[in-house]
Ligand binder design. Structure first.
Ligand code: XMP
Length: 310
C-alpha cells in the first residue's frame, strides 16, 4: 500500500472504531506519536484529546517545544504534570525490566486511567510500531507501549481500548507517512526517542539528580551531532564511578557513555565512525558537567548490544 492510501485507510479505520465517541492520545516528542496525533486529529477533530505527559524523564525544553510545534499545526496539546508519580514509581528500582514496568504501569494505569475517566474517552491511540511488537514478543525487552502482546487487556485492566494505527510500519515507513502528511521536517527527521525516555539511559536508580546529569549530556550530544546523518545519538549515565582529578584533587566521578549509531530501522545497528575531533569536542563538554569525569564512546553494534541501555 502506498503512503497516501495508508493514511486514508487509517483515518477511515479510526473514524469507524471511535464512532461518535472520544479518544485520547499522548505525544512523546518522537515521530511515531506525532504521526498518530496528526492521523487521529484528521479523523476525529475535536473529539480527540492530545496530551503531553510530563513524566520528569524528558529532554531539556521538550515539553514546551512539543506543545509549541503542535500549536503551530492547529492541534491543541494539554500538558499534564505527572513528574511526582513517575519519580515515585521509579524510586529504589535498579532492575531494567522493573524500571520499564514501573514506567508502563504509571503511564497506562495511573496517569492515563485517570485522564481517560476525566475526558470520557473510551480509546487510547498509541504509536506502537512493528519493531516494538517484534522485540517484545521475542522477549528481548518489554517495550513501553506494548500491552495486548504481553497478555494485558487494557479494557479490563485500565478501562479503555488501545488503537495502534502504526503497528504495521517500521521507523522508515513512519517517516515516509509523516512526510506525506505534511508534518514539518523537524518532526519527520527527529531522531528516535523511546517512550520511557531518559529512564532507558540511566543504568541503576533513576533519581532527579541522575536525570539532570543525563539530560545535560543528552543536550550536548544532540547539539554536537545534529546534522551528522546518523540514525540516532544519545548519552547514557552508567551506574559506576571512576577515579579522576579535578582542581588538583581526587574525584570519584560519574561516567557518561556517548552512543551514535547508523541503522535503517533499529533492528540492527553499527557505531557511527565519528571524526576524532567531534569525539574530542563531545568529551570536553561532557566532562564539564558537575560530577562527571569520564566520557566513553560506545563502539558496540546491535547485536549483541541494544541501542538503549535498559
Ligand atoms: P533497542 O534499545 O531496543 O532500541 O535496540 C531500538 C529502537 O527503539 C527505541 N526504543 C523504544 N522506543 N519505546 C519506544 O517507543 C520503548 O520502550 C523503546 N525502547 C527502545 C530505541 O530508542 C531505538 O531507536
Amino acid at each position: 500500500m502506498d503512503h497516501t492510501s495508508f493514511i486514508a485507510a487509517e483515518i477511515e479505520a479510526l473514524k469507524q472504531t471511535v464512532g461518535a465517541g472520544r479518544a485520547i492520545n499522548a505525544l512523546s516528542g518522537g515521530v511515531d506519536s506525532a504521526v498518530c496525533t496528526a492521523l487521529a486529529h484528521r479523523a476525529l477533530g475535536d473529539r480527540l484529546t492530545t496530551v503531553f505527559v510530563d513524566n520528569a524523564l524528558m529532554r531539556e525544553g521538550e515539553p514546551e517545544r512539543v506543545v509549541e510545534m503542535f500549536a503551530a499545526l492547529g492541534i491543541p496539546v494539554r500538558r499534564v504534570d505527572a513528574r511526582a508519580e513517575f519519580l515515585g514509581a521509579l524510586k529504589g528500582l535498579t532492575d531494567p525490566e522493573e524500571k520499564r514496568q514501573a514506567v508502563t504501569r504509571t503511564f497506562y494505569r495511573d496517569v492515563f486511567g485517570k485522564l481517560v475517566r476525566e475526558s470520557g474517552a473510551r480509546f487510547l491511540i498509541h504509536g506502537t510500531i512493528l519493531t516494538d511488537i517484534e522485540e517484545t514478543v521475542a522477549g528481548i525487552k518489554r517495550q513501553h507501549n506494548i500491552l495486548s502482546q504481553l497478555g494485558i487487556n487494557p479494557e479490563t485492566a485500565y478501562g479503555y481500548q488501545v488503537i495502534e494505527p502504526l503497528k504495521t510500519l517500521r521507523k522508515d515507513g513512519v517517516r515516509a507517512v509523516a512526510k506525506t502528511l505534511g508534518l514539518p521536517d523537524e518532526m519527520v527527521q527527529r531522531i528516535p526517542f523511546p517512550g520511557p525516555a531518559l529512564a532507558t539511559r540511566i543504568v541503576g536508580e533513576v533519581t532527579e539528580a541522575r536525570l539532570a546529569t543525563v539530560r545535560r549530556a543528552t543536550a550536548i550530544v544532540e547539539e554536537e551531532l545534529a546534522g551528522c546523518g546518523a540514525f540516532q545519538y544519545l548519552a547514557v549515565l552508567l551506574n559506576d564511578r571512576a577515579t579522576g582529578i579535578r582542581n588538583h584533587r581526587r574525584e570519584f566521578g560519574e561516567i557518561v557513555v556517548v552512543r551514535c549509531i547508523d541503522s535503517v530501522d533499529a533492528r540492527t545497528a553499527t557505531a557511527t565512525p565519528l571524526p576524532w575531533e567531534t569525539l574530542q569536542r563531545l568529551c570536553a563538554r561532557i566532562v564539564e558537567i558537575p560530577g562527571v569525569n569520564r566520557c566513553l564512546y560506545d563502539l558496540t553494534p546491535k547485536p549483541p548490544a541494544t541501542v538503549e541501555y535498559i
